[in-house]
Design a protein around this ligand. Structure first.
Ligand code: FAD
Length: 451
């Protein structure tokens, strides 16, 4: 295919997503300019001016395809990810995780990308949306560009703070303990059925007191310095509420009023509500439980919630500064402006969470922008794949509750036949995902030539 674009493509942000997107475009015959502000202007988290710097941990998580992150990586390898190739070369022992020497890794990406004959890197802060182009400026997007994005998408289009409650899998919730109901029987979701939209976890007084004790005593994550900002009421961590007074949660997210347990006909002492996170009902959000507890503490304390004793956490709670777009409310399915299909967004800014997820959206943005510049339509992998399922989430999630999402099996289409054994089930989902990703790639001629 000949490159129809004569002007170079502009990519804003030389992080994980921007570097991957640039590579995908350049390898498909396009001239690309990456605009990266580090070097002339820093962020609160980055320490170098190298492309694809890892801002915190040095792991891309599991490589096993029975793990959601492992499956996503295997899919990205089918599409020729440069970030994963550099990660492989920088690998250090980390068990089944793809753990890297961060300096070797970002130097490797930097070297590959900057020595590509079709890629130029310019050091500057961009303050307007490019076309054709990809905005991949991450959770620490500079203020001036964030303002430009908000002006274009509308005030509700860009969030600045990320207060995330944990999500648990449906199959790990004890149905004998929880009951379904909406407060005062009032329904707000059209397809919730007669019993109500929420699953309710009822507490006795003793259970509540023990839970509050555990919550107050649990070990918290102390964030980066720039994260030490005062909480605003809408995203107060559950443990902070508990510290304000033993009854605070019972008058807040744990209030039992209007929720009668149909088995007893009575209200419980306190309630934790679970809200459906996806249309298939595979993922349930613990309502109001945004938290800064460390991950092992989240597992320990939140498994004290009646009905969640064996909870499988698909996403853990967190609170940190993060700019992200309300993608289901404002972007097209391939994550572009709705009235500007060749101005795409990628990376953490789109509402995915994590190194691998951010890179994966950069990869697909590069592929789709290349397709459009060659006169073809953008394409998305099917929701039987982890990448396709993440894109479905960003397209179909409820805009009123949209929060960043990491790769997890709750997003992916169920198998047509029920498989009881969890490991076997995941093996089959992974097998189907990889086969369908390869088919999708070949059907659209997306394989990159071997280097
Ligand atoms: C403090 C912190 C810790 C994190 N820790 C982890 C972790 O341990 N594991 C994990 O999986 N995820 C983590 N994340 C989440 C996320 O995966 C990473 O932020 C990831 O780097 C996102 O990739 P990205 O390409 O979207 O953005 P980035 O890698 O941040 O890249 C964006 C780039 O855009 C540049 N930029 C911003 N504004 C402009 C502008 N106006 N003009 C030009 N350039 C601009 C920035 O300098 C940056 O280089 C963390 C996030 C933060 C903020």
């Amino acid at each position: 295919m000949a490159n129809r674009s004569v002007e170079p493509i502009h990519i804003v942000g030389g992080g994980l997503a921007g570097s991957e997107a640039a590579w995908q475009l350049a390898e498909r015959g396009h001239d690309v300019v990456i605009h990266e502000m580090r070097g002339v202007r820093g962020t609160e988290a980055h320490k170098t001016d190298r492309l694809a710097e890892l801002v915190c941990s040095n792991t891309f998580k599991s490589t096993e395809t029975t793990n959601a992150h492992g499956l996503l990586k295997a899919e990205m390898r089918l599409l020729g990810s440069v970030i994963l190739a550099a990660a492989d070369e920088a690998r250090v022992p980390g068990g089944s995780a793809l753990t890297v020497d961060r300096d070797v890794f970002s130097s490797g990406v930097h070297e590959r990308v900057t020595s590509h004959p079709r890629i130029t890197v310019v050091r500057e802060e961009v303050t307007a949306l490019p076309n054709p182009g990809i905005i991949a400026t991450g959770p620490l997007t500079s203020d001036a560009l964030a303002t430009a994005i908000r002006e274009r998408l509308g005030i509700a289009g860009l969030a600045f703070y990320d207060a995330i409650a944990p999500i648990v899998s449906a199959e790990s919730i004890d149905e004998n303990v929880v009951f379904r109901a909406s407060r005062y029987g009032k329904e707000t979701m059209s397809d919730a059925g007669d019993d109500g939209a929420y699953l309710n976890c009822p507490f006795t007084r003793e259970q509540y007191e023990a839970f509050i004790d555990a919550l107050i005593a649990a070990d918290q994550f102390h964030g980066h310095e720039f994260d030490e900002v005062p909480y605003f009421e809408g995203c107060m961590p559950a443990e902070e509420m508990a510290k304000r007074g033993r009854e605070t949660l019972r008058f807040g997210p744990m209030k039992p009023v209007g929720l009668r347990d149909p088995r007893t006909g009575r209200e419980a002492h306190a309630i934790v509500q679970l809200r459906m996170e996806d249309r298939a009902g595979q993922m349930w959000n613990i309502v109001g439980f945004q938290t800064r507890l460390r991950i092992p503490e989240q597992q320990r304390v939140f498994r004290m919630i009646p009905g969640l004793e064996n909870a499988e956490f698909l996403r853990f709670g967190s609170i940190h500064r993060n700019s992200y777009i309300n993608s289901p409310a404002t972007l097209s399915p391939h994550l572009s402006l709705r009235d500007g299909p060749t101005t795409l967004f990628a990376g953490q800014l789109t509402g995915v969470e994590g190194y691998t997820e951010s890179t994966a959206t950069g990869l697909l943005a590069g592929i789709n922008l290349s397709r459009m510049l060659h006169g073809a339509s953008p394409e998305l992998p099917p929701p039987t794949t982890m990448l396709g399922a993440l894109y479905r989430y960003m397209r179909e999630a409820d805009p009123a509750h949209f929060q960043p999402m990491n790769a997890n099996f709750g997003l992916v289409d169920e198998l047509p036949l029920r498989v009881k054994d969890k490991r076997v089930k995941r093996e089959k989902i992974a097998e189907r995902a990889l086969s369908e990703m390869a088919q999708w790639r070949d059907a659209h001629g997306l394989a990159l030539a071997e280097r």
